[in-house]
Write a protein that binds this ligand. Structure first.
Ligand code: 173
Length: 322
């Protein structure tokens, strides 16, 4: 072979090889949130994404595409399942259309740190892998009980004659309290209150000001019940495609975010004061009625869960309950 032909062939061979040799091993992941961008959940998410992107140069980057305007609330679960997006910040109630078990996570009575120790985290992932084609990466909201917010007064735990906005979180419990229930994403609650389509709604202790619902809210019913679950989820094939270094980096960042979950207890204190200042009155029951109210919330939800998905619900009940 003539020398210049050898050089040519060598160069061609190297050119073929170079993209692989020179691969940066940086992956860019598309992320969408089930909650609005101005919510505290998403504000904290965005600071976290900034940190991930700063520390993850050359390894992993997150491209945040937005909230329900990018993908409607109740469609995000399927977008993760099918790989339309790689990552989501979402809550189980928003993707019961993918797997009814998603909503069971509101029933955990132990922290995510404990869930990682006692086998709950693996148990969740087994179900999420198999039924949702998703990896359950971590839980970023804790200690946010749900409440009933009303603009009509009640003096006992009975919602007879009231129309209440729900998601799957509250359905069985509020129906057991005789409410007429209407499912809407958070983005439609303000208008529903304004038009008198509903007399109240379910929501965690924090966040009502993000939507200006305080303008249309007169009462909060205490005590709260369950624990709002908001988690990071990833399309399973996308997760499996990560290199060991990328996966380790991502998991380290998720654990760092979880380690900051003590934030939510402080947020609760602030939000209660803020509701108070906004003139929202609390409706409280005596100790025995309060106890029965909370007990009923869990009993109703677990019995619906067991009816829906007996094997998984029974397993989760043992793991989730203190
Ligand atoms: O929209 C909701 O009321 C709801 O289901 C929910 C779940 C977790 C956090 C906040 C709201």
């Amino acid at each position: 072979m003539r020398p210049h032909l050898i050089v040519c062939l060598t160069l061609a061979f190297l050119a073929l090889l170079t993209p692989h040799l020179g691969q940066t091993q940086e992956v860019s992941l598309k992320m969408v949130s089930g909650f609005a961008e101005n919510s505290m959940y998403v504000q904290r998410l965005q600071s976290w994404i900034q940190k991930v992107n700063a520390e993850g140069k050359g390894t992993l980057q997150i491209n945040f595409l937005g909230g329900p305007k990018a993908i409607p609330t109740f469609e995000l679960g399927n977008a993760v399942k099918t790989g339309v997006v790689d990552l989501a910040l979402n809550t189980g109630a928003f993707y019961t259309n993918v797997m009814p078990e998603a909503d069971f996570l509101k029933l955990t009575q132990i922290s995510i740190a404990e869930q990682r120790k006692n086998g709950t985290f693996e148990a969740i992932n087994k179900v999420w892998n198999e039924k949702g084609n998703m990896q359950y990466l971590g839980r970023v909201v804790e200690n946010q009980p749900f409440h009933i917010y009303l603009n009509k007064k009640i003096d006992k735990p009975d919602l007879t004659g009231l129309k209440i906005r729900i998601t799957p979180v509250y359905r069985d419990f509020f129906q057991a309290l005789n409410a007429n229930v209407i499912t809407t994403p958070p983005g439609e609650v303000y208008t529903a209150l304004e038009r008198g389509v509903v007399d109240g709604y379910g929501w965690p202790i924090g966040g009502i000001f993000d939507f200006n619902w305080q303008e249309k809210t007169k009462f909060r019913v205490d005590p709260g019940f369950y624990d709002a679950e908001v988690s990071l989820l990833m399309n399973l094939p996308a997760y499996k495609k990560l290199t060991p270094a990328q996966r380790e980096f991502l998991n380290k960042e998720v654990l760092a975010l979880e380690a900051d979950n003590s934030f939510w207890a402080h947020y609760t204190t602030e939000e209660i004061q803020r509701q108070d200042k906004a003139g929202i009155q609390t409706i409280q029951f005596d100790a025995a009625t309060s106890g029965a109210f909370r007990l009923k919330a869990y009993e109703v939800a677990w019995s619906a869960a067991i009816k829906q998905s007996p094997e998984i619900a029974n397993k989760f009940k043992t793991l989730f309950t203190k």
